[in-house]
Design a protein around this ligand. Structure first.
Ligand code: FE2
Ligand code: FE2
Length: 254
């Protein structure tokens, strides 16, 4: 586990503040934490899917991706949602049907598709895993407003290509790395079931961070360390500054 975490910690400019852990381990936070975590897993899948659709595949493949996401989106966007029925559904559970066709003219398209499709599949799976834990604990799903974290980084994304894509990939790397660091730091304070689950997530989240970062490097075709350092600072500021909202990626609680 330490081996897995070492590069993640080195990549991030700060550790999660102890005050966030102290708040997160309080019993009354558990429902909020799991609901936001669940939201984040879906968001992670949707964000990656958006990147694949926008940059890497043809129109028909884009439609196939939307079909894959549909049951998840239908579940979260309806008010009379039934968690048990959703989790018990049988038809093509978490499956992309058919092959995707890379869009012509984007050299790194196939690499982006391969890495992001695996990531999307894992994030949908994590979404279902969190939902299962919530169902067992009688915590209903709800769509809560996202915190300031991802937005706080996205507003620094440059507005011309390929810089936009490169920055979005770097932001993706930070979100994944922070999730990984937070899961590891919070796990010892949770009950056994959640502890095991959070530790089981570390490996894939560490890989997601590496995948985003290596895609950003490959697509840039030049050294991106200055840009990475810039976002490291923005990210650390969001994590260390006090935050009046509690979320999975919130800053130090007020
Ligand atoms: Fe995940
Ligand atoms: Fe992830």
């Amino acid at each position: 586990m330490q081996q897995l975490l070492a590069p993640v910690k080195e990549f991030l400019a700060c550790e999660t503040p102890d005050s966030w852990i102290a708040a997160a381990k309080e019993d009354h936070r558990l429902a909020e934490l799991l609901i936001d975590h669940c939201n984040c897993e879906l968001k992670a899948a949707q964000t990656a899917m958006f990147l694949v659709r926008k940059y890497a595949v043809d129109k028909q493949s884009g439609e196939q991706l939307l079909i894959w996401a549909k049951p998840y989106e239908e579940f979260v966007y309806r008010n009379d949602r039934d968690m048990a029925a959703f989790l018990a559904r049988e038809v093509k559970k978490n499956e992309l049907i058919g092959e995707l066709t890379p869009r012509a003219g984007f050299t790194h398209g196939p690499e982006l598709i391969a890495k992001m499709i695996r990531l999307i599949k894992e994030e949908f799976h994590h979404f279902e895993q969190v939902l299962e834990l919530m169902l067992a604990r009688n915590i209903p799903y709800s769509n809560i407003r996202a915190g300031r974290y991802a937005k706080g980084m996205m507003k620094h994304v440059r507005t011309h290509e390929p810089a936009t894509l490169i920055d979005k990939l770097i932001v993706g790397a930070f979100i994944e790395a922070r999730s990984c660091e937070r899961f590891a730091k919070l796990a010892p304070w949770l009950d056994d079931e959640l502890k095991r689950f959070y530790i089981s997530l570390l490996r894939s989240e560490a890989r997601h961070y590496q995948d985003y970062l290596s895609l950003a490097e490959a697509i840039a075709g030049e050294d991106i360390s200055a840009r990475v350092a810039y976002f490291a600072e923005v990210e650390a500021e969001l994590i260390l500054a006090s935050d009046d909202e509690f979320r999975f990626h919130s800053g130090a609680p007020l």
